[in-house]
Design a protein around this ligand. Structure first.
Ligand SMILES: *Cc1c(COP(=O)(O)O)cnc(C)c1O
Ligand code: SF4
Length: 329
């Protein structure tokens, strides 16, 4: 059954936001509650129930749980970790428009996400000021007119699929008047965390686009791919969407060879090619997720030794002011 618009809106509205409820549902010690509440006061808890159902109960080491559970450790100030580690606030070219790299601009189409990932580098970003949807998309249209060399638009966020399909349609109808555009790319975690979002209406929109749509999903662990996600990826593939994946290398989540090998094999079975494996952006509150660069390089060596070349993602780090994401190793 292909989901309807109401299905994802309901799933989103029913997401778990209360740390006490999360701990109760997952049978975790209530002693974690004060720390979780404090961390959630800075960056709120948010987990869709479908994602929650993939987490093992009573297991604090569960790799999906670690991505969503607010922890007291987030409050520690660690040298080298800042609120804007990749310089996005500086690179902001116009409201919601980030132009860092040649030929492609990134639009933070909305600040909202269906899930709040504790390691997220945008956790301190002033999203309220970065919502171009409210201005009828005029900002991005003006920007593209002034920069005819830009031939790819990347919709990001937050999560661009948090916009409803009529809003996306309004944007792309205006973009169709920009002859320079060759590609439309979406960076989204929703196929993985809210697969209901890949509904009939969205598939119709994708099919009508005059550009080849590229979707970079964001999957960090093979256990994130359950039957619903499998079906959602199948629908995207059938709609002719080019599917790529980016992951963040996260301590205690996916920083071992077997997990990454399984992740890439599973993605490939679903017709998703591994694209980037990101070293953590050093955002304050996320230090406990960091994997050192040497360890990351060693891990990548082993992936190369045991995988076909096309299942090895590029290990990259984003460095402020550089012309591209920097390949590591
Ligand atoms: C990551 C990123 C891109 C895309 O880079 P690719 O290497 O093409 O995937 C574009 N713009 C911004 C601002 C980015 O952060
Ligand atoms: S979905 Fe992406 S932007 Fe949103 S919180 Fe997670 S990592 Fe950050």
């Amino acid at each position: 059954m292909i989901p309807r618009t109401a299905d994802w809106k309901n799933a989103l509205a029913n997401a778990v936001r209360d740390p006490a409820e999360l701990l109760a549902l997952l049978e975790l010690p209530q002693g974690l509650l004060p720390g979780a509440r404090e961390a959630a006061a800075r960056f709120p808890l948010r987990v869709p129930r479908g994602y929650l159902s993939r987490i093992r109960k009573g297991d604090l080491t569960d790799p999906l749980l670690r991505q969503v559970l607010p922890l007291a450790a987030e409050q520690e100030a660690i040298p080298g970790f800042s609120n804007d580690p990749v310089g996005d606030q500086e690179a902001s070219a116009a409201r919601g428009v980030l132009h860092k790299y040649h030929g492609r601009v990134l639009l933070t189409a909305t600040g909202a996400c269906a899930i709040h990932c504790r390691y997220c580098f945008r956790r301190h970003f002033p999203y309220a000021e970065e919502n171009p949807g409210r201005q009828n998309w005029q900002g991005i249209i003006d920007y593209l007119r002034a920069h005819p060399e830009v031939d790819e638009l990347i919709l990001s966020g937050g999560d661009p699929l948090m916009l409803d399909t009529p809003q996306l349609e309004q944007l792309t109808r205006r973009l169709e008047q920009q002859p320079q555009l060759k590609r439309l790319r979406l960076h989204t975690r929703l196929p993985v965390v809210l697969p209901e979002r890949i509904d009939q209406e969205l598939l119709g929109w994708l099919a009508r686009l005059p550009w080849q749509p590229v979707m970079v999903i964001h999957c960090n662990h093979p256990a994130e791919i359950d039957a619903e996600v499998t079906e959602a990826l199948g629908r995207l593939d059938a709609a002719g969407v080019t599917l790529l994946n980016q992951s963040v290398l996260l301590h205690g989540v996916n920083d071992d060879e077997q997990t990454l090998l399984q992740l890439h094999e599973s993605l490939f079975r679903h017709r998703v090619m591994p694209y980037y494996l990101h070293l953590l952006d050093r955002v304050s509150g996320a230090a406990h997720f960091e994997v050192g660069q040497q360890q990351a390089e060693a891990l990548l060596e082993r992936l190369r030794a045991f995988s076909p070349g096309y299942l090895v993602p590029k290990l990259v780090r984003e460095i402020q002011g550089e012309p591209n994401k920097r390949p590591v190793a």
